[in-house]
Design a protein around this ligand. Sequence first.
Ligand SMILES: NC(=O)c1ccc[n+]([C@@H]2O[C@H](COP(=O)([O-])OP(=O)(O)OC[C@H]3O[C@@H](n4cnc5c(N)ncnc54)[C@H](OP(=O)(O)O)[C@@H]3O)[C@@H](O)[C@H]2O)c1
Length: 256
Amino acid sequence: MTQNKKKIVWITGGGTGIGKELAKNFSDRNFRVIVSGRRLKKLKDVQKYNKTNIIPISLDVSDHKKCKKVSDLILKKYKSIDIIVLNAATYSPGSLEKINVIEIKKIVETNILGPMNCFSPFLESMKKKRKGHLVFVSSPAGYRGLPGAGIYGVTKSAITFLAETLKLEYDPYNIKVQVVHPGFIKTPMTDKNTFDMPFIMSAKRAADIITKNIFSKKFDIYFPKRLILPMKLLQIIPFSIYSFLMRYFVKRKLNG
Ligand SMILES: NC(=O)c1ccc[n+]([C@@H]2O[C@H](COP(=O)([O-])OP(=O)(O)OC[C@H]3O[C@@H](n4cnc5c(N)ncnc54)[C@H](OP(=O)(O)O)[C@@H]3O)[C@@H](O)[C@H]2O)c1
């Protein structure tokens, strides 16, 4: 296989956690893997895993102009892209009253506008070629209003909405859209949590499940099932019952 024939995947937030493990998996599958993030040092460390296949690019996904520039460079160099994994996000748990508007703006710009900044420049060419694949990393924290999920949950709810919308709009153009809802994964993001995280799994295990399913026909990739299936059930019950249950759990937690 010549160098240019390799499939291309771009993973945002590829310097740590789930993104880093995904980058390794795709490089094992002989993809050319573009990893982006703000900390070049982290990305260069990931590159050490496979110097030929992994390409680090320093990029803040909230920087619209830079995202367009990077996307145009990718298109110019490789003519098309096979998969974009929109994984970069920032996490700020806790009640909305504890967060100021400037922080909220930054989280929205990273978690909602960030993915849009990265995939939008490719849509026209994907449509024209009738070929493309977008993978959005969302979170079950956005399934329903959740005490403590704060602005993070709001942004993840938006990402799931966005993925569903794109799936419906771009199916006719053969553009594959998937959304990932992982449970608790041990990464720098969750290392700051002080509460119990049931069924927490390693980033490597999570990336293995995601990688396998990226090559499947599944739209919604969720795991571990024993955590997410009950959460999915909570999504379909009437809000009055849901709020009763939430109040009960919060009260029980507060009482120890
Ligand atoms: N861990 C979990 O339990 C869990 C559960 C559900 C969903 N998720 C989702 O999984 C994805 C990956 O998270 P993770 O757990 O692997 O956490 P992580 O290790 O903290 O990864 C997040 C990555 O996003 C990058 N990033 C953050 N802000 C950025 C920005 N403005 N521009 C560019 N890159 C940015 C970070 O790199 P830089 O700081 O270098 O930019 C980092 O590499 C996220 O979308 C997260 O919401 C995680």
